[in-house]
Design a protein around this ligand. Structure first.
Ligand code: F6P
Length: 548
């Protein structure tokens, strides 16, 4: 059976990798004074510097050949054409229609989806104006001061990440909260201290069956009803879902329901009514600005030549690092505290999309797919896991995200922050040779025998690949561009690996098993079908629990 490794473009990249494996980026920079210009692309407020990767012009050419051979351009067109490219679920993946503010028709199964998209956006606008303007009153006649988004995965991570990133665009006196975990600590810790009379819950779930979300929503409703009576539900609950029947059965007024469609994947849904809590936080004009930023990235992704195309370049370099240089992980390192949840958001986007082992037709991919993605804001990460990135024998590639203008006017802080980011990329590229380590020790007056002992510990191999993304500022437009950049990067990589990035069958098995473990924990199932470890753990937890 043929796999990607049989493609001539793949073989050419392997041969090229063998030829450049020992080349150090120090030498590449020394040999080419234009290297930064050669490997930097700019699009409006976004700059991508990928010069600190172990690539040459030939590498980029060969990667673009690979993109052509697997037909990235054709698959891109199929996505924008609304074809059912999510074949295992028989669905289109047309999240790009949600931010199509120029309103060109986007069709699914021959039908233009834009009238429905625009209608929901208009309803969102009316709702946000009413809540933000204090026109919408709770059951006791008071305006809403606290909004609790109840959702998980794609129904939480995007809105929570973006609401935090865009907090300076928020409205004073309107507080946003996000509850996702089934652990009661999450819900209780959020609603304790809130006034039910001024609280609005937004239950966000594509399916409206997700156990965490439904359990949290039921407990929130119990809390509200206990304080204000059952009449309060229609003034204090709204829903975002594709499942109207389940929303109605839950008791939420259909007038307070905002729909979306099966062609919107959960982790691609921020742009739909799933972004309602964000829209409430920042207002509908700013939410539309987020959509316009994403739309600008969509246009660029559709139109720019492969070697000028930011998502294509990032996708290809990710493949180069993971498959040809054997990077085991990819760190996303925003040097901006407001982007603190961006790595968590990307974990789902990248790993739920591309953590797959079989191709679209069910055959083994033949190479590793998405590396582990992790990250923390800088400089915090520097004092935590950067040691491994600098000196471990395992290669970790990184994206550094640098913001030219901070939300806060504290120039001294910002200068230190940005210089750390840029210095890290330099250190990871250059490293420190043994001779340099010795020279440094000698300059400190360290004895020769101590130099011998310490020098190996002070060597940094360098040659560690990094991209640097610079944003003018974290505003709705730039954030929209940034998120769409990563979405399309994920898509490009999925096409290279030949996989469907829009399904997530891998999340199912654990959910099914949790139901039978729950019965065993409750004592209503003997657990005889469980393995001995699981059975033993259930028994021990029951023995230690004060509630059994
Ligand atoms: O468990 C995975 C998942 O299906 C994600 O893909 C999704 O974002 C999340 O659960 C939440 O799903 P829903 O919006 O249907 O509650």
């Amino acid at each position: 059976m043929k796999t990607i490794t049989d493609l001539s473009a793949w073989k050419a990249l392997e041969a090229h990798r063998d030829a450049v494996l020992d080349v150090h980026m120090r030498d590449l920079f020394a040999a080419d004074p234009e290297r930064f210009e050669r490997f930097t692309r700019e699009l409006g407020p976004v700059l991508l510097d990928f010069s600190k990767n172990r690539i040459t012009v030939e590498t980029l050419d060969l990667l673009c050949d690979l993109a052509r051979q697997v037909d990235v351009e054709g698959w891109r067109q199929r996505m924008f054409d609304g074809e059912a490219i999510n074949a295992t679920e028989g669905r289109a993946a047309l999240h790009v229609a949600l931010r199509n503010r120029s309103n060109v028709p986007y069709k699914v199964a021959g039908e233009d989806v834009m009238p429905a998209v625009n209608e929901v956006l208009e309803r969102m606008r009316a709702f946000t104006v009413a809540i933000r303007g204090g026109i919408w009153k709770g059951v006791t006649g008071k305006p809403i001061t606290d909004i609790v988004n109840i959702g998980i995965g794609g129904s939480d991570l995007g809105p929570a990440m973006a609401t935090r990133a865009l907090a300076p665009f928020g409205k004073e006196g309107l507080n946003l909260h996000f509850v996702s975990n089934i652990d009661g600590v999450d819900l209780a810790g959020t609603i304790n201290g809130l006034d039910p009379a001024t609280t609005l819950f937004i239950v966000v779930s594509k399916t409206f069956t997700t156990v965490e979300t439904m359990t949290n929503a039921e407990s929130a409703r119990d809390w509200l009803v206990a304080h204000l009576g059952s009449n309060a539900v229609s003034r204090h609950f709204a829903a975002v879902s594709t499942n109207r029947k389940a929303v109605t059965a839950f008791g939420i007024d259909p007038a307070n329901m905002f729909g979306f469609w099966d062609w919107v994947g959960g982790r691609y849904s921020l742009w739909s009514a799933v972004g309602l809590s964000l829209a409430l936080a920042i207002g509908m004009d700013q939410f539309e600005s987020l959509l316009k930023g994403a739309e600008a990235m969509d246009r660029h992704f559709q139109e720019a030549p492969l070697d000028e195309n930011l998502p294509v370049i990032m996708g290809l370099i990710g493949v180069w690092n993971a498959n040809f240089l054997d990077a085991c992980a990819h760190a996303v390192l925003p040097y901006d505290q407001s982007l603190g949840r961006f790595p968590a958001y990307l974990q789902q986007l990248e790993m739920e999309s591309n953590g797959k082992a079989v191709t679209r037709d069910g055959n083994p991919v033949g190479v590793s797919t998405t590396p582990v993605l992790f990250g923390e804001p800088g400089t915090n990460g520097q004092h935590s896991f950067y040691q491994m990135i600098h000196q471990s024998p395992r290669l970790v590639s990184c994206d550094f995200i640098v913001v030219a203008n901070s939300h806060e006017a504290m120039p001294a802080h910002h200068r230190i922050l940005v210089s750390n980011a840029l210095a890290q990329t330099q250190a990871l590229m250059k490293g420190r040779t043994e001779a340099e380590a010795r020279a440094e020790l000698a300059a400190q007056g360290v004895e020769a025998d101590v130099q011998d002992r310490l020098a190996p510990h002070k060597v940094f191999p360098g040659n560690r690949p990094t991209n640097t993304i610079v944003l003018d500022r974290v505003d709705p437009y730039s954030l929209g561009m940034l998120i769409a950049l990563y979405e399309h990067r994920v898509f490009v990589q999925s096409v290279i690996w030949g996989i469907n990035p829009f399904d997530q069958w891998g999340v199912e098995l654990g959910k099914v098993m949790a139901a039978s473990v729950e019965r065993a924990l409750a004592g209503s199932d003997t657990g005889k079908d469980q393995d001995s470890s699981t059975r033993g753990l259930v028994a021990r937890v029951r023995a230690r629990s004060e509630n059994t």
